[in-house]
Write a protein that binds this ligand. Sequence first.
Ligand code: PLP
Length: 285
Amino acid sequence: RTVYLNGDYLPEHEAKVSIFDRAFLMGDGVYEVTSVLDGKLIDFKGHATRLQRSLDELDMRAPVTMDALLEIHRELVARNEITEGLVYLQITRGAPDDRDFVFPDPDTTPATIVLFTQNKPGLANSPAAKKGIKVISIADERWGRRDIKTVQLLYPSMGKMMAKKAGVDDAWLVEDGFVTEGTSNNAYFIKGNRIVTRALSNDILHGITRAAVLRFAKEAQMEVEERNFTIEEAQGADEAFITSASTFVMPVVEIDGVALGAGTPGPRALRLREIYLDESRKAAI
Ligand code: PLP
């Protein structure tokens, strides 16, 4: 695989980063994951906008312009012949001469930028979407700025392991009695014609897929309610689903052992998945 590191396209085994890199030592970095369908980028603009916001919130400088970033994405997709898959992008506060809690001067310590592709044939036509996924609920023990897409993914990773040990696919995180989001996705339930999902705040990541799906839902005459909800309320719903760049719209068929509806993907979630895939493909660049 050809990857991108600080201005160079390299074979992956030749791409090396300093042991003093702030992301390696302190989790001091941000990232984005953009999906690729038909060899084109889905919602690149949304991801680039959120990336800039994450950088701004952490007082970090982008090492390249957003236009250059688009070209790098495209170049990697072309060089690695990705038809369906993902592009991972990470920007860190770079590698100072030594370990120090104080941020290094950005004039002398440039950011580290890494991009690589992940080939995922069948991403859109996923068998998981036909079956739906099962989730458990766990406590949300992440830090307080989940709106910033940082590489501090230890707790989400632990959450996935808890789900795996429980024999299910993923976990929904609960704080003060209310669901925040999934380990790496936003969480929703559907009751009647209404979709409910937590409102945007620092408590959750502002999903790029979330924004698109809520827009399409409204266009399809569904009601959208952004508010807090409990696991019990979601368990009593007709349908549930998650969204993310890598899963698009993925039906949830079981929450903490309680099956939703018939225990199979609901018609509204499947319809939203179809609309999302159709519309995003049309707008892909
Ligand atoms: N919430 C969390 C915690 C995530 O990590 C992600 C994606 O990685 C999402 C939500 C979904 O965001 P997006 O739709 O932009 O992929």
